[in-house]
Design a protein around this ligand. Structure first.
Ligand SMILES: *Cc1c(COP(=O)(O)O)cnc(C)c1O
Length: 423
């Protein structure tokens, strides 16, 4: 059996219907912005391999830093022990995070970063002997695939099978110019009528929902209401972190900063799994006690994995270089220019840009939906042209690694234009 046949025999892929959508491309090499398959075909990774890659594949600097770490210490227990990479990474992340953040808790992916944030919030109130256990989240939200993450997420096709087991959460519509006064009133009412522990949100852009964007002005006001009412705010920056929105964190666009911030995806530059939940000092304070039952009893075997931390440190080195920010700027302006060129196309409902992310919403007969049939035809069209795009139903988007060149971007825009003209 060759690799594709063995894959079919032995492997179960994520978010993939195993009966019909089983065709997989066998990637044998990564090189900068490209992934290369077993036949030597090169594909531009226009979605940064599920939004994780920042500096390209097989980046020489990050790979070297990881190898050095591997010769020194690959992993060690993180309860009762520490190691330099985890400590230095915490210190450096806190230099970039909003100044109200003061402690870093490590886990190993975006869902666990969220799960930790939810538990940290619940036990904060528990430790203070205040009975508050309800969360507020946005409609359409995506916060990961674990039960806590699913519970604060939208109720949709992703979690139908588990719906009865998800804990109760109050969902708010995403604020728009039309509904904002109502959303604010709804938030105030929810806080009045329920013992609300926390409000979790994807700041400025909901990724998995279809790159839905909303104004920072609205979010600032909603956070303000939470602050006035002792509701803990959680910014899920798993996708938005590390430059994606044009600033280091999406929170940097806001006046009001969340109490807890979740990071993963770009954290290691797309090299290794790692999750971070950072929190403000007052939250950590509520866990300091002679009473051992107030301890945060949460931890994963691979907490603060040294190899992952070394990748994150190397990626941070590159994030701190001016050239990376020039690239982020170049990608953002290129996206805006292209939006201006194509924004009025009849076959598009909407084109939207935030920083390095551009999303296109196709007009289709079917209602906007993750299982929209347009999805498959879009991805296969682009794949044939050497571009990896993974639509969310009738919405497709670019979220490229920062090393992409202007020419490569223009080439992708050209194919998008052809695609829209042809359909
Ligand atoms: C991807 C994502 C998650 C889940 O992260 P995983 O590493 O896939 O578990 C959570 N929140 C947001 C906003 C995400 O985009």
């Amino acid at each position: 059996m060759n690799i594709s046949e063995k894959d079919k025999q032995y492997v179960w892929h994520p978010f993939t219907q195993q009966l019909n959508d089983r065709e997989v491309v066998n990637i044998v090499k990564g090189q900068g912005v490209y992934l290369i398959d077993e036949h030597g075909n090169k594909y531009i990774d226009a979605i940064s391999s599920w939004w994780v890659n920042l500096h390209g594949h097989c980046n020489a600097y990050i790979s070297k830093k990881i190898s050095e770490q591997l010769m020194q210490l690959e992993h060690s227990i993180f309860s009762g022990f520490t190691h330099p990479s985890a400590v230095l990474l915490a210190e450096r992340l806190l230099q970039h995070l909003p100044s109200n953040q003061s402690k870093i808790f490590y886990s190993d992916n975006g869902s666990t970063a969220v799960e930790v944030a939810l538990k940290m919030t619940l036990q904060y109130w528990h430790n203070k002997d205040i009975n508050k256990t309800m969360f507020i989240a946005f409609e359409n939200a995506y916060h990961g695939d674990t039960f806590g993450g699913m519970s604060v997420g939208a109720r949709n096709v992703f979690n139908n099978a588990f719906e009865n087991l998800l804990f109760d959460v109050k969902h708010l519509p995403l604020p728009t110019a039309d509904n904002f006064e109502r959303v604010k009133a709804q938030l105030r009412n929810l806080i009045k009528q329920n013992a609300i522990a926390g409000f979790i949100f994807e700041p400025l852009i909901q990724g998995a929902a279809g790159m839905l964007m909303y104004s920072k002005k609205y979010l600032d006001e909603l956070i303000e209401i939470c602050n006035e009412n002792n509701v803990i705010t959680i910014a899920d920056e798993v996708m938005t972190g590390f430059g994606r929105t044009g600033k280091f964190f999406a929170s940097d666009h806001l006046k009001n900063k969340a109490d807890i911030i979740c990071l993963s995806k770009g954290l290691t530059g797309g090299y290794m799994p790692l999750g971070v939940t950072s929190c403000a000092q007052f939250i950590h304070q509520a866990y300091l006690s002679e009473d051992k039952t107030r301890t945060f009893f949460h931890g994963h075997s691979y907490t603060a994995n040294a190899t992952s931390c070394s990748a994150a440190l190397a990626s941070l080195d590159l994030m701190e270089e001016n050239n990376t920010w020039h690239q982020i700027e170049m990608i953002s302006t290129s996206h805006l220019d292209f939006k201006n060129k194509i924004g009025n196309a009849k076959k598009l409902n909407d084109v939207r840009v935030l920083g390095t992310i551009i999303a296109f919403e196709l007009k289709t007969e079917e209602h906007t939906h993750y299982l929209n049939k347009a999805s498959f035809s879009i991805s296969s069209y682009f794949l044939k042209k050497g571009i990896i795009i993974r639509p969310l139903g009738n919405i497709f988007y670019l979220i490229p690694p920062y090393i992409i060149t202007k020419e490569e971007l223009q080439n992708i825009y050209g194919v998008i234009k052809e695609f829209i003209d042809e359909i």
